[in-house]
Every structure is written in structure tokens, then in C-alpha cells.
Design a protein. Sequence first.
Length: 144
Amino acid sequence: MTYERLIKQGLIKAYDASEKEIRSLLEIASRDLSTAENMVSINPDWAYNISYNAMLQSSRALMLRKGFRPRGSSQHATVVQFVKQTIGEEHRNFAALFDQMRRKRNRLVYDVASLVGKKECEEALSLAHEFVALLNNLINQEQS
């Protein structure tokens, strides 16, 4: 798979990550999933943000495994673009929902409180679990 468009746009650059860096990001994703589970009833907005962060960190681990890292501003959007390209059409729904969560997370962090209800938060957390598992599998396949 080629990432020429993202490279030409200056959104990603080649990077030789250590196994420790990749594993650390996956540990953060796992930690965040657990934390989000504990926060659902307390603060759905924050649990949603933490669920998104688990997805982001596992996506960054995938980027590192593929030999790249994001550059410049709008790195979250770059990571989403990279994931869309990497996981392909069979998982396009995951990529679309990841992007949707990115946009909502931005509003939650910077603009609006109490935007997410408990049900939506639980759905986001479930998606995050599936997404992180998918990316873990892809990362482990790349290692083999």
C-alpha cells in the first residue's frame, strides 16, 4: 500500500519506530478503554472522549508499525485519513465512525458540554473496543 498522497501533502513522514513505542501506544489504548468503561455513568462526555482517544492511540500505533507518523497541524484528521486508507473498503464503516467521533470530540473539548448521552457513550465505547481490537490484529499481522 502506498501513502504517496499523504506524503506529498506533508501530512505524514517516514519514521522508524521501536517496538516499545508501538506497544506503549497500544497500552494507552487499553488503559483508555478501561477508564472509559468506568466513566460512562459518571460523565458520558468524558467517557466518549476517552473512547475516542483509545481509537486514536491504536491508530497511531498502526501508523508507526507501517513506518510513518503524522506531521504538522490537524494530526488527528491525518491519522483518520491514514486509517481510512490502511483498513480499506471492508472496514470503511469503522473509519467513518472514527472520523465522526473525532469531530464530536473536538466539539466536546472546545465548545459544548453535555453533548453525549449515556446510550451514545456506550455505543461509542463498544465501537472503540471493536476498532482497537481490529487495529491490534492488523499491527500483530504486520509484525509477523
